[in-house]
Design a binder for this molecule. Structure first.
Ligand code: ADP
Ligand code: MG
Length: 430
């Protein structure tokens, strides 16, 4: 497609088509290393971090050609596990074989046996193993790209914990044991690290995930951002800084902020900051909500504490909040903080026992405060209090509860967006 001058160069809504794909150089190299070795890769990253876009990019023949990998022997099957509803191993294998069947249309030696298997009432791992053997005999190999693999790690009425354990160990077996395993490589994506999900490992069993190389899909690097997002000469450096203030380096937030901004600028309008921010919030609400919902209760409370600790500087009307010794709490929660950092939500540094923590996106920070403002029911408070008592002393928890009540009472943030986006405000008022 040729790009007209007016076409918006930014992309929102679902996985990016490969021509919009930005960065991820190192992860793409790792993926091809694993595929070349017949090995396995597990990527994890939060909502909107680019998991589906990544797999779609790997599935694209042009990506192989550009990197001088021969794709003519590769049978690439891309499957989103959350579309199998309810998830069962039988439905999973069936879906894989149906998609594979589409790939081998002109190859009778593979197509016919797959069609025979698809006629069966139930499909087992051994059927897939047989197909793999045939694939190997044809000097071909199977690349399974499994998106949202976490969907396979939740039991349902048709899928007990025991069946899950069994499925996972069979899948591991297919991937690493026996002759056929040489013709298979898999890349799975999930919202969290696989070892934090799925069934517990029994002491006498091998972990079902130990054949994967694990890599987090992190927010974009500075270079990723520079290579693409600076492409429009309509956007000044001040506006770039303003976008980074609200969106951080988060792929979906960044693309959305740029998309909306570009949309305004191409009609010759400089958007009004309040309207822009509301628009941005409403377009990214589902990511914000999912980022929140898929965080553990401890992480949610930590995010609330981080947001509260910044609140004084944010509000138009100066208020004093006495939060007590937050550094003490943060110092005992290094693991969670690292996890939040890895997921691109915060950055933090410790110097001489003092924590310098910031949200990467001021929109996310604003949203967390809104969560506090909106969660003022007694039941919510009781649940949060329990979590708080895991993290801190009763005295400290009391202090924080008092601050939360102040936040509910004043509902300040709703009126004072300006304090959250100062760079954007100055860029838009030029
Ligand atoms: N590599 C990338 N290049 C450009 N934009 C991306 C990239 N990855 C993600 N995005 C942006 O983020 C949005 C969400 O990406 P998606 O792959 O659907 O995330 P996930 O599957 O992790 O939820 C896309 O619509 C796009 O705007
Ligand atoms: Mg996705």
């Amino acid at each position: 497609m040729t790009q007209t001058r007016k076409e918006n160069p930014f992309y929102v809504g679902g996985p990016v088509p490969p021509r919009y794909f930005v960065g991820r150089g190192s992860e793409v190299n790792i993926a091809f290393d694993q595929i070349s070795n017949g090995s396995h890769l597990a990527l994890w990253g939060g909502p909107g971090m680019g998991k589906s876009s990544f797999l779609r990019f790997i599935a694209e023949p042009q990506t192989w050609i550009d990197r001088q990998y021969d794709h003519s022997q590769a049978l690439i099957v891309l499957l989103n596990c959350s579309t199998i509803n309810p998830f069962t191993p039988g439905a999973f294998w069936r879906e894989i074989l149906s998609k594979l069947r589409e790939k081998v249309e002109g190859n009778v030696a593979l197509r016919s046996p797959i069609e025979v298997i698809l006629q069966q009432l139930s499909i087992q791992k051994s059927d897939v193993q047989r197909v793999l053997r045939l694939i190997g005999q044809q000097q071909q190999f199977l690349v399974l790209l499994l998106d949202d693999y976490h969907a396979a790690l939740v039991a349902n009425a048709n899928y007990t914990e025991e069946e899950m354990t069994n499925f996972l160990s069979e899948f591991r077996n297919l991937a690493i044991n026996g002759e056929e395993s040489r013709y298979l490589s898999t890349i799975v994506t999930s919202l969290r690290r696989l070892n934090e999900l799925g069934p517990e490992i029994k002491f006498n069993a091998s972990p079902w995930y130990n054949h994967y190389l694990f890599q987090p899909l992190k927010p974009f690097t500075q270079n990723d951002v520079a290579s693409w997002f600076y492409l429009s000469d309509r956007i000044t450096q001040e506006l770039h800084d303003g976008v980074h203030e609200v969106a951080g380096q988060h792929p979906a937030l960044l693309q959305t902020a740029y998309y909306l901004l570009y949309n305004n600028l191409r009609t010759g309008q400089v958007p009004e900051v309040e309207a822009f921010f509301r628009n941005f919030e409403s377009a990214t609400k589902h990511f914000l909500r999912d980022m929140w919902v898929f965080s553990s209760p401890d992480e949610q409370v930590l995010m609330m504490l981080i947001a509260l600790s910044k609140l004084e500087g944010r509000l138009n009307r100066k208020r004093k909040y006495d939060l007590g010794d937050m550094d003490l709490i943060f110092s005992q929660r290094n693991r969670e903080l690292r996890d939040l950092e890895e997921r691109g939500l915060i950055t933090y540094k410790v110097e001489q026992g003092k924590f310098a923590i910031a949200f990467t996106s001021s929109l996310m920070e604003w949203w967390v405060i809104k969560e506090i403002e909106n969660s003022s029911t007694t039941t919510e408070l009781v649940t949060r209090e329990k979590v708080m008592l895991n993290l801190m002393s009763r005295k400290q928890a009391e202090k924080i509860k008092t601050v939360m009540v102040q936040v509910w009472e004043h509902q300040d943030t709703i009126q004072s967006i300006v304090g959250w986006v100062s760079k954007l405000v100055s860029a838009l008022s030029v």
